[in-house]
Design a protein around this ligand. Structure first.
Ligand code: HEC
Ligand code: HEC
Length: 327
């Protein structure tokens, strides 16, 4: 008996030391800084460039829906063109991310960041201060021309002073950062200089993967690291939104049995996007996407229909859980 107590004492002691060592490791090393090259970006005052940038920011790239306070994001969702003053909070397992003020204000916005610093955020998911950013902004492969257009629009806004408290990580978030599970990720090869805007599969592929992030939500992923863990566009990613309400993304591949839009016509698809939001709490940025023009929507449809069919049955996309004992 005495021997057992002694043995357990050792086990508990060693376990304690291991935990202490891990906790110290996390606290000492989570705040890592990374390096990445600065892209050759340059904002322009050309009105066509600013207009293209505005279209991307409020439409397919949906920067405007995320980079605002919750109340103002709801107004943007309804079609208002408000400055991107930041402030939305994304509360998830690893902590609270707070979107930044992207107006040209020097103190609280991007007024003191160079075009290259802003472009590097988009190309490498790395903050201007070298912090890695959780993968919410997968614009790594956006064309040089579109990156310049977005920055041109951001620079053309009215500066608005609106300080945003820093992003906060809890222990889990810090552990993920300390272990290097989230680190800046660059483009796959050299991003295109420009992509021709036309109702083609090529442009649809570009929108779905490098601008609108359809791929990020409509594919199986590990929710901690963001890694893709199954066939892209086959759906099945779970979002728990308002208490009791969950969403599962539908399979967007043209599988005749289980593809959610496999028997939609191109016009049905365009019409669905023009209709906009149906579920109030759906995480899909329907308001921004309803601003996409027909060329972009037709391009998306043609690309999705060109994918290899993947069988993945998603029974329905929205679930209301009955609260326990409520009947
Ligand atoms: C899904 C929501 C979302 C979308 C869409 C989005 N952002 Fe962000 N953005 C964030 C959040 C959250 C942060 C803060 C991240 C952090 O602090 O780790 C951020 C940070 C930034 C930063 C500041 C990084 C730094 O240096 O600290 C820039 C610049 C930026 N975003 C630009 C853009 C642009 C340009 C677009 C559109 C092309 C865009 N974002 C789309 C959520 C979003
Ligand atoms: C932030 C996550 C997110 C992004 C980005 C996103 N979706 Fe979705 N999508 C969802 C969710 C969740 C649903 C199910 C709830 C709903 O219908 O709103 C959904 C539903 C759909 C539906 C079914 C709508 C219906 O009538 O039932 C289609 C079609 C669709 N998405 C296509 C797309 C395309 C194309 C893109 C890119 C342009 C895209 N999604 C980007 C999360 C997302």
């Amino acid at each position: 008996m005495k021997k057992l107590v002694k043995f357990l004492g050792w086990v508990i002691g060693i376990l304690g030391l291991v935990i202490l060592a891990f906790v110290s490791f996390v606290y000492l090393t989570w705040d890592k800084k990374y390096e990445a090259p600065y892209p050759e970006a340059m904002a322009s005052a050309d009105s066509a460039m600013i207009a293209r940038g505005k279209y991307l920011v409020f439409g397919p790239a949906h920067c405007a829906g995320c980079h605002n306070t919750t109340e103002r994001s709801a107004q943007v969702e309804l079609g208002m063109d408000l400055e991107l003053i930041g402030g939305a909070e994304f509360v998830f397992g690893p902590g609270i991310l707070r979107s930044r003020n992207l107006t040209p204000d020097k103190e609280t916005g991007i007024g003191n960041l160079t075009d290259q610093e802003v472009a590097r955020v988009m190309r490498y998911s790395i903050g201007h201060d070298g912090r890695p950013i959780f993968p919410l902004m997968p614009f790594q492969n956006m064309s040089d021309e579109d990156v310049n257009a977005v920055i041109s629009y951001l620079r053309s806004q009215q500066p608005v002073k609106h300080p945003i408290p820093p992003t906060e990580y809890n222990f889990m978030g810090k552990a993920i950062l300390a272990l290097g599970l989230i680190k800046p990720e660059g483009p796959d090869g050299t991003p295109p200089k420009r992509v021709k805007v036309e109702a083609s599969e090529v442009y649809g592929k570009y929108l779905a993967n490098s601008v609108a992030n359809c791929v990020g939500c409509h594919s199986p992923r590990d929710l901690m690291s963001g890694e893709f863990i199954g066939p892209k566009f086959s759906g099945g990613l779970l979002f728990e939104e308002a208490p009791g309400e969950s969403f599962i993304t539908p399979n967007l591949t043209p599988d005749p049995e289980t593809g959610y839009i496999a028997n939609w016509t191109e016009d049905t698809f365009v019409q669905r996007f023009k209709t906009g939001r149906i579920y109030e709490h759906s995480p899909m940025p329907w308001g921004s996407f309803s601003r996409m023009d027909e060329v972009d929507l037709r391009a998306l449809y043609r690309y999705l229909m060109s994918l290899d069919p993947v069988s993945n049955k998603i029974e329905k996309t929205e679930y209301m859980l009955q609260a326990a004992g409520s009947n």
